[in-house]
Ligand binder design. Structure first.
Ligand SMILES: [Cu+2]
Length: 509
């Protein structure tokens, strides 16, 4: 049974898994503790981060122990000024070396917080200062970049994550309130039967990279969770988000999961997406549902024009009821919070880009792919009008079988990729990302920003991202200019995938 077969079993399979984890005992009660973080600490050029054990109270009867920053998880929202140098003193009060990665920053590898890029570790019971000049402006984040492998109490499985907001020189838009909301899951466990409710499950999507013959070897271990929160509170616990009619509220969303892509919707309201991965989009389109791969950010404005009490949360009932949500309350409204299932779960990056004149998406003849035993016809790499040099990256999964993790290859080889991906300063590159696995993967490149130019045959431009979800059996193309010399890690942002081979190191010639 693979992930998709299990999905077809639906709620029963989920309930069985849930009872195994005693999630049924979880009762959400309103609590007096603080709600979503919206008040950052005072802006300062010198920041101290202390890595130490923390207690997270998701709900009064659901208290977790993990590792976090400055006594909380998520850690404090750090405000930095674009171009203003900052010194972050990291104190590690744990028994293991740590790395603090600055996700979405254009900074040197020596301070990027990544072992593979030769950033020095923050030693156990020691400290290290990261000094850099924050850029570009927008919603970024910081998190542990330690390898976890089979240890589900390491790396991004822990509470070591938080927002960084890099303030731009000019104001990004008019809004009355802002909230930083991190989507999270907790207490991960191994499973061979993934309850897959990813945001990449569009059965009608073209599958240009679907192999003619699928690998049917038994699936290995995956990591899953069935306990969720937004920031540090499960739905119904903690304070609601309080608004008044007529306000324009800016939400900064982050999917801080180590495990899965997620969706989010707000009953009775639409999101106007103004930035993806912190970068303003050319077309701030209105959508009902947001989708965030692990590591991705979405900034969206909501007009508070539908007084009442509403639930902001995952559109999947099981996920929302297991904690992934928060109540949004208009002033002077005393109704029960209402959930409305969004009419559409569709998510399409190209909605937010410049339309591409004369572009026609290629037609995929799926029946011929299913019926043929030969390899699918190799489709031409989309031509780059920018003259970018193409680099093909083919991703495949090697099923691990019972009791072992699945492993991943890039272009048929496992990590490291010594001298395979070599960049020349100043050259424009196109990465053609070919996902030949049965799962959507949030692919991230450090220290660079990508322009999305094609997703499953649909061209676009102007969408700048550092993480792109390539749908299962799907293909995406991104372009970037090699202007950040130094080692650069490329990887899937799902921790177990990265740890078991889904990564490659880029270097400059
Ligand atoms: Cu992955």
């Amino acid at each position: 049974m693979n992930r998709r077969d299990l999905l077809k079993l639906g709620p029963l399979a989920f309930a069985a898994a849930a009872s195994n984890r005693a999630a049924a005992q979880m009762v959400m009660l309103p609590g007096p503790t603080a709600g979503p973080q919206s008040t950052p600490p005072a802006s300062s050029s010198d920041i101290t981060l202390r890595i130490a054990p923390v207690t997270v109270e998701l709900a009064p009867d659901r208290i977790l122990s993990t590792i976090g920053y400055n006594g909380t998880s998520p850690g404090p929202v750090l405000r930095m000024k674009e171009g203003k140098p900052v010194a972050v003193n990291v104190i590690n009060d744990t028994d293991t070396p740590e790395y603090v990665h600055w996700h979405g920053f254009l900074i040197p590898s020596g301070v990027d917080g990544v072992e593979e890029e030769n950033t020095p570790a923050v030693p156990a019971h020691g400290s290290r200062t990261y000094q850099f000049t924050p850029a570009p402006s927008g919603s970024r984040w910081y998190h542990s970049h330690a390898m976890a492998l089979s240890d589900l109490h390491r790396g991004t499985y822990t509470g070591q994550f938080g927002f960084v907001y890099i303030e731009p020189a000019s104001n990004p838009g008019a809004y009355d309130r802002e909230f930083f909301l991190a989507l999270r899951d907790w207490e991960p466990f191994y499973t061979t039967q993934m309850i897959d409710m990813d945001a990449d499950e569009d059965p009608n999507a073209p599958q240009p990279e679907r192999p003619a013959v699928l690998n049917t070897a038994p699936n290995g271990l995956e990591v899953n969770s069935i306990i969720y929160s937004i920031n540090d509170k499960a739905l119904g616990a903690g304070e609601p988000i309080r608004v008044t009619a007529g306000q324009r509220v800016l939400f900064h969303f982050l999917n801080a999961s180590a495990i899965e892509n997620r969706r989010i919707a707000l009953g009775g309201h639409k999101f106007q997406v103004i930035a993806l991965d912190g970068n303003p989009v050319p077309n701030p389109a209105l959508v009902e549902t947001l989708s965030l791969g692990a590591g991705e950010r979405v900034c969206a404005i909501v007009e508070m024009n539908n007084p009442g009490n509403w639930i902001l949360g995952a559109p999947e009932d099981l996920i929302r009821n297991a904690g992934l949500g928060v109540i949004l309350e208009y002033a002077n409204q005393h109704k029960q919070p209402q959930w409305i299932t969004p009419a559409s779960l569709a998510w399409d990056y190209t909605l937010f880009g410049h339309p591409v004149a004369g572009a026609v998406a290629p037609t995929i003849n799926r029946s011929s792919l299913f019926n043929s035993s030969a390899a699918p016809p190799s489709e031409p790499t989309p031509q780059s009008p920018s003259g970018a040099q193409n680099i093909d990256m083919i991703f495949e999964k090697v099923p691990g079988g019972p009791g072992k993790f699945n492993t991943f290859t890039v272009n048929g080889k496992s990590n490291p990729h010594d001298n395979e991906f070599v960049l020349h300063q100043g050259q424009r590159y196109r990465l053609t990302l070919r996902n030949r696995t049965d799962d959507g993967h949030p692919l991230h490149m450090h220290r660079h920003q990508w322009e999305l130019v094609d997703i499953n045959g649909k061209p676009t431009s102007g969408v700048i991202k550092d993480t792109v979800v390539v749908p299962y059996y799907g293909r995406a193309a991104v372009e970037f200019t090699a202007n950040q010399p130094g080692l650069t890690l490329f990887h899937c942002h799902i921790q177990a995938h990265m740890d078991y081979g889904f990564k490659a190191l880029f270097r400059y010639a």
